[in-house]
Design a protein around this ligand. Structure first.
Ligand SMILES: NC(=O)c1ccc[n+]([C@@H]2O[C@H](COP(=O)([O-])OP(=O)(O)OC[C@H]3O[C@@H](n4cnc5c(N)ncnc54)[C@H](OP(=O)(O)O)[C@@H]3O)[C@@H](O)[C@H]2O)c1
Length: 449
């Protein structure tokens, strides 16, 4: 790295540097980050005690953009390599979104011996180990806070504030789009499609919402969070993922009768033999649980430690400026380390990782919620009960909301705790019954505190 000019503030005896910042990507988060930087420049300067200067901005269409609101002259380029190799830039912020481009930028930045901050969850979940290796090889910082829960500083909390803890589980509502949809369905009793259309109108959901509503976005985030909490590599392919498209408003009516509600939970927990179970799925959670109170596009995380008990943290999971705060918090951490001349700590909080040891999820013993929608006729209950009985599954209760159409009649069975693999097998048989008007829905009950 080129030596940067040392400056001395009037009230400081300590010599400090001017640190140059380059930002690649000028979309939602890039613009939000620059707006926060422009607004909080003085505060950040006071916190840092050294001079952080925005040197260069890059996006494909940057030459067409009006950047007068930045209030300062800055170099612009549409070629990200010019940011990486700009001798005035020490810290590069990567916010381009596209995985292949983000990976190329990230590797080039680290290999050039520069510090990297990224908000790309997919990049970090899939290439985290390689990023760490390269950042260590070049003794540079790697900031990843914005990858999980946007503006909610959960990664810092796990890595720094709870570094003395031994976690047994972490559960999160990590996708604001799906939580907005579910909590609107719950609050207003509207259908999934109506809540989705509204989320798209308000900018909470993409025109193609698949990445969010099918649970993929949350799977990258829980992979990172699990690696951070347990110091164990987690591969995306090992995470069973189930989305929320098959949830109906009637499920909330039944959930409430059972003092529960429904949320898309991304979780990781220790299982026997030091194996880790990682999953993304909709779950029935008690209405009194902490995550049940996480409403709208908010994110919430519950960390379960074996000494400190339950620690929860909630906040904004997306949005340009909220995520920009997380990006700048990483920049501040890295700048502090550089100014103090200290070595950079590992972003995942572990110097040594365990290899992936994943528990089979269907070995879990869980109580479940089974919702069937049928064309009504005599003998339905008997046939379903016969299948459950053959698989040695006990029924806890049978519920039916009044005033439903005979040709599209939902009813619910709650099943006593049993190995999930038995219920899954029974479900396959039930799904073939001729009177079903819709595929059956099976959800686990969770005893989340
Ligand atoms: N949106 C959120 O609330 C949020 C929250 C947390 C994390 N994140 C993560 O933050 C990252 C950025 O998300 P975003 O929503 O800000 O994305 P976005 O709105 O799509 O913006 C992407 C930006 O990258 C630029 N870009 C793309 N390819 C480029 C290339 N080859 N060279 C130069 N610039 C290029 C685009 O330039 P042009 O506009 O000029 O084409 C655009 O300015 C993603 O990894 C995302 O997962 C987003």
């Amino acid at each position: 790295m080129n030596p940067s000019p040392r400056i001395r503030f009037a009230n400081s005896a300590r010599p400090v540097r001017t640190l140059g910042l380059g930002v690649i990507g000028l979309g939602t988060v890039g613009t939000g980050t620059l707006k926060v930087l422009a607004e909080h420049r003085r505060e950040i300067q006071r916190r840092l005690g050294c001079n952080l200067q925005l040197k260069v901005i890059c996006s494909r269409s940057v030459h067409k953009r009006d950047l007068s609101w930045l209030g300062q002259p800055v170099k612009i380029t549409s070629d990200w390599r010019k940011v990486v190799h700009d001798p005035e830039v020490h810290i590069v912020v990567e916010l381009v979104g596209v995985l292949s481009t983000a990976r190329a930028i990230a590797f080039a930045v680290l290999d050039a011996g520069k510090h990297l901050v990224t908000a790309n969850k997919q990049l970090v979940a899939e290439h985290g180990a390689e990023l760490v290796e390269r950042s260590r090889a070049h003794n540079v910082g790697l900031g990843i806070e914005a990858c999980v829960a946007g503006g909610t500083p959960v990664l810092h909390a796990v890595r720094e504030g709870l570094a003395g803890e031994n976690f047994t589980a972490v559960y999160g509502i990590l996708n604001g789009t799906t939580n907005y949809i579910l909590t609107e369905m719950e609050r207003r009793g509207c259908a999934f499609n109506e809540a989705l259309a509204e989320a798209q109108e308000k900018g909470y959901a993409e025109p193609d919402p698949t990445f969010d509503v099918e649970g993929y976005d949350a799977s990258y985030k829980i992979a990172i969070l699990a690696m951070m909490c347990f110091g164990q590599a987690v591969r995306i392919v090992d995470i069973p993922v189930e989305g929320i498209t098959h949830i109906d408003q009637v499920d909330f009516a039944y959930a409430h009768r059972l003092n529960h509600t429904l949320r898309l939970i991304a979780g990781a927990r220790r299982r026997a033999g030091n194996r880790l179970e990682v999953f993304v799925r909709p779950m029935m959670i008690p209405t009194a649980s902490r995550l049940a109170g996480v409403m709208g596009a908010t994110n919430g995380i519950l960390l379960v430690g074996n000494k400190g008990g339950n620690t929860s943290i909630t906040g904004r999971g997306a949005g340009g400026e909220a995520t920009g705060v997380a990006v700048l918090s990483d920049v501040v951490q890295i700048a502090r380390s550089i100014a103090a001349g200290s070595s950079i700590s590992t972003p995942f909080g572990y110097e040594n990782w365990n290899p992936p040891r994943i528990a089979a999820p269907d070995e879990n013993v869980v109580a479940t919620y089974l919702r069937l929608v049928v064309r009504d006729r005599p003998g339905i209950l008997g046939r379903v009960c016969a299948i459950l009985g053959r698989h040695r599954i006990n029924i806890d209760s049978v519920l039916q909301e009044p005033d439903c159409k005979k040709q599209h009649l939902p009813f619910v069975m709650t099943l006593e705790a049993t190995k999930e693999k038995h219920v899954t097998r029974a479900l396959k048989e039930i799904a073939r019954l001729p009177f079903l008007a819709e595929p059956p829905l099976l959800l686990p009950f969770s005893d989340l505190p």
